[in-house]
Design a binder for this molecule. Structure first.
Ligand code: BGC
Length: 450
């Protein structure tokens, strides 16, 4: 493998690992719960949010004014395939929202697409805002509380050409978008999240990549990707969420969160927070620096979240840290399609951690697995929810469980291969097929009990 091929491969691998956040391993570690408290039969708290999540770019299709549309189509792209029509949720949202409600859910988490709402700097499309208004109205008609993410990774092209989150003006630009969107939609939004997983670029530092040439750092891989794109696009300032300078971007995104939140609240006092990619970090040996990882990756965001109305927890697996590197999953551990260890108990641990660190209510805004075998999803859901219930019974405030994802969708650089959905989508005909896991979770939602 030459250096360029390696860069492509490893970037693909690493981004995927961090996007869901977690890495490779081997077989099935039997039952990983140590002394689980039996699940009490009493129900979940009243008004508990039961939902499923999507993100605009991953399901809507034809997000042509976004930075990702360019990234997916660039030569030597890290992306397996372009998003194209995705699940055509842009047109089929009505049927999807109906399905969610019919299954028994009472919440829907989705993102509004900045690249559609402000396709050119300073031009806010009333027609696109109306589109999202219709989606929100549909949720209310069907008794679903809408949880809206204002920025789920993708950005308007013009914003990317101006340096994305590296641009010192990015916070103001984001806040203006938040203000405009809230003025049009705020009366219908149940919960607002400024950002989805803004901590991901820092997770890059804590990932163990097999076959990485000695001394090569993921930051260097990302920098190389960015340099290549700048050259290809003839755009000296082009940047994007994942390939941006992590430090600069974090500083600007933290400011953007505060400014965005203030802008939203200036229009309507809806509960505002952010969501974090959280691994269940565990010591992988005596010299483990896992606490350092937690402070480095989540610390500043958790501190910020103390001032918020809730914290969104998004967990898929655990990470065992030896020294300052993640170990591969234990020998024989069961792996999901993403290569993550099948470890549903990670959710309970991160819920407890986030609650302790922030002191604000937790909403599980994402949790799930990629699998072709829906039976594995059923087991994952049952075990993950048992852990959420144990936390609640111990007095932790958890407001809801939102499963990732409603539909099999565009899993970023992995394209359409990983199947995270409660509902399958035929990519040719766009026909939806409800999986048993959707029926199970809908039943739990209806009963508000396991
Ligand atoms: C992201 C989703 C992604 C999911 C599964 C999260 O990191 O918010 O967009 O599809 O994980 O990898």
């Amino acid at each position: 493998m030459n250096r360029r091929e390696w860069m492509q491969n490893s970037a693909r691998f690493s981004i995927g690992a961090t996007l869901g956040a977690r890495l490779l391993g081997r077989k099935a570690e039997a039952v990983l719960i140590s002394n689980p408290t039996p699940v009490a039969s009493k129900p979940f708290p009243s008004k508990f949010l039961w939902g499923a999540a999507t993100a605009a770019h991953q399901v809507e299709g034809n997000n042509v004014n976004s930075d990702n549309w360019l990234l997916e189509r660039a030569p030597n792209t890290m992306y397996k395939e372009p998003s194209g029509d995705a699940c055509d949720h842009y047109h089929l949202y009505e049927q999807d929202i109906n399905q969610l409600a019919d299954l028994g859910f009472n919440a829907y988490r989705f993102s509004i697409e900045w690249a559609r709402i402000e396709p050119e700097k300073g031009f806010f499309s009333r027609a696109e805002l109306e589109h999202y208004r219709r989606m929100l109205e549909m949720c209310h008609r069907r008794g679903l509380t809408p949880l809206v993410t204002y920025s789920h990774f993708t950005l308007p092209r013009w914003f990317a050409f101006q340096g994305a989150w590296e641009n010192p003006q990015s916070g103001e630009l984001f806040a203006r978008y938040c203000e405009k969107a809230t003025a049009h939609l705020g009366d219908l939004i149940g919960y607002a999240a400024t950002f989805n997983e803004p901590d991901i670029p820092y997770l890059f530092h804590w990932i163990n990549l097999p076959n990485v040439p000695a001394g090569m750092d993921l930051a260097a891989v990302m920098a190389a990707q960015k340099a290549a794109l700048r050259k290809y696009l003839n755009a000296p300032d082009f940047s994007s969420f994942l390939i941006g300078d992590a430090e600069k971007s974090r500083e600007n995104m933290m400011a953007a969160h505060s400014k965005g939140k203030a802008a939203i609240k200036s229009v309507k006092n809806i509960p505002v927070g952010l969501t974090l990619a959280m691994e269940d970090d565990q010591p992988g040996g005596a010299d483990s620096r896992y606490a350092e990882k937690q402070a480095h990756v989540y610390g500043p965001w958790l501190k910020l979240a103390k001032q918020d109305d809730f914290i969104g927890v998004q967990t898929y697996t655990r990470s065992r840290i030896a020294g300052s590197k993640a170990l591969p999953p234990p020998q024989g551990a069961e792996l999901t399609q993403m290569g993550y260890e099948f470890y549903p108990e990670s959710l309970e641990h991160t819920v407890r951690f986030a609650a302790k660190e922030t002191g604000v209510p937790v909403i599980v805004t994402e949790n799930g697995i990629a699998s072709e075998d829906d039976k594995r999803r059923v087991e994952y859901i049952q075990r993950a929810l048992a852990g959420v219930k144990r936390s609640i019974d111990d007095g932790i405030t958890v407001r809801g469980y939102i499963h990732w994802s409603l539909l099999d969708n565009f899993e970023w650089i992995f394209g359409y291969t990983p199947k995270f959905g409660l509902i399958a989508v035929d990519r040719e005909t766009q026909k939806r097929t409800v999986k048993p896991s959707a029926i199970l979770l809908g039943k739990i939602a209806r009963a508000n009990s396991l």
